[in-house]
Design a binder for this molecule. Structure first.
Ligand SMILES: Nc1nc2c(ncn2[C@@H]2O[C@H](COP(=O)(O)OP(=O)(O)OP(=O)(O)O)[C@@H](O)[C@H]2O)c(=O)[nH]1
Ligand SMILES: [Mg+2]
Length: 384
């Protein structure tokens, strides 16, 4: 990655975008920041990102105005339901509506006419004792028209990139991945993670759980100060360079657990294209071949969603009662205390110990402390 190398006046303009109180103020601040970004290669991704933010903000302001006037058509944001929200992204006619219809209770319009789906369409998919929400995004068209679709993707818990085996799936996928990357959405699991939290006092604190490459903690603190950030907590895992830190600050790239669905696998000639796609992906993103017309393996897909999201199910119980039928869905690696907090803040504070039932334990129940790490299908009774 080439360095952004912003001049001080551009850094000051960026700091101003953080101070904006209203969407209108933020829009103005972003426009001023955009015009202060120099026109060199290192800054091209940043320009694309700021343009995208401006497009999203314009749309938000427009929607707010329509709502105030009492109007208001269908919305572009979809409230999350179920264990996770997964957005189906792709070009027109890839078969997103057909997949949504095959996998969920939704009844979207399917048509060979291009650009059929105009607004996000949600549906619920059953997987074992869980429900996932699938949301079909309006098709990608390129340029600023995609802003609402891309912000839907940014908000999702996971993505399904749907490519069309009737077309060139490798070209479709690489175009999609590039467009997502331009707006700071990463679909391959990154090697480093950098979290930056603004704070009101305490100076710049840096927690490195990996390694800083070619720079020191002092360089990082200096960089943040040059952007007007005097108080912040940064957590770095993995190996990160100063450019990575600057990118995290300005563009806030986010990783979305992603799988690729190669649809229309029923078509003649699709096998060769699938092989090419497999070679192109080289195992970096999970790939599943689907056919919406011949029926899709809901179980396989559900299992893969569960795996890429890195989730586990935990069943809570009261003393002398059977475990709850509805699992609590949490990240893999969660501790008993984290689960207690999820149930109730108070339960987190008054936690004493827990009993865990599980086939993987030598005996059940086992009495455990707050830092005990849970696994899929564990049953937990919390004592406060
Ligand atoms: N052979 C075959 N045709 C499919 C499959 N999935 C979808 N189609 C056809 O492809 C065309 C487009 O399907 P849609 O599901 O409407 O595609 P879409 O991705 O929702 O399209 P937009 O809403 O425009 O983005 C329709 O004629 C479908 O019948 C499939 O698995 N196999
Ligand atoms: Mg559609």
């Amino acid at each position: 990655m080439s360095p952004v190398n912003l001049p001080p006046q551009a850094r000051a303009k960026w700091a101003k975008t953080l101070e904006a109180r209203t969407p209108e103020e933020r829009l103005r601040a972003l426009q001023e920041f955009l015009s202060s970004i120099p026109d060199h290669k290192g800054a091209s991704k940043l320009r694309a990102h700021v343009k995208h933010q401006i497009a999203v903000l314009r749309r938000t302001i427009e929607e707010q105005r329509t709502r105030r006037r009492g109007g208001g058509g269908p919305s572009f944001s979809v409230e999350k339901e179920g264990a996770a929200q997964i957005v189906l992204l792709g070009f027109t006619n890839a078969g997103k509506s057909s997949l949504l219809q095959a996998l969920t209770n939704a009844k979207p319009e399917v048509s060979e006419q291009p650009y059929t789906t105009k607004y996000p369409a949600p549906g619920m998919m059953d997987y074992e004792d869980l429900k996932f929400q699938l949301v079909e995004a309006p098709p990608l068209r390129g340029l600023e028209r995609d802003a609402p679709t891309l912000s839907l993707a940014r908000n999702a818990d996971a993505l399904m990139l749907v490519v069309d085996l009737a077309e060139d799936p490798v070209a479709q996928l690489s175009a999609m991945v590039e467009e997502l990357r331009d707006v700071g959405i990463v679909v391959e699991k990154p090697k480093a993670s950098i979290e930056i939290e603004r704070q009101t006092s305490g100076g710049v604190k840096i927690v490195v759980m990996g390694r800083l490459m070619h720079c020191t903690e002092q360089d990082v603190a200096k960089l943040l100060t040059s952007y007007g950030m005097r108080h912040a907590l940064i957590k770095i895992t993995g190996e990160a360079t100063l450019d990575d830190v600057e990118d995290a600050l300005l563009r806030k790239p986010v990783y979305k657990p992603t799988m690729v669905l190669a649809n229309k696998a029923d078509l003649p000639g699709s096998k060769d294209k699938l092989k090419k796609l497999e070679a192109y992906l080289a195992g970096k993103i999970p790939l599943i071949a689907t056919s919406a017309v011949q029926g899709v393996g809901r179980e396989d897909l559900g299992k893969e969603v569960f795996r890429v999201l890195d989730l586990i199910r935990v069943y809570t119980k009261e003393p002398g009662e059977p475990p709850s039928n509805e699992p609590l869905v949490v990240r893999r690696g969660s501790t008993v205390l984290e689960v207690a907090k999820r149930i109730h803040k108070q339960l987190g504070r008054s936690f004493k110990y827990a009993k865990v039932w599980s086939k993987r334990l030598p005996f059940s129940p086992q009495r455990v402390g707050p830092s005990f790490i849970l696994e899929d299908r564990d049953v937990v009774e919390i004592k406060a």
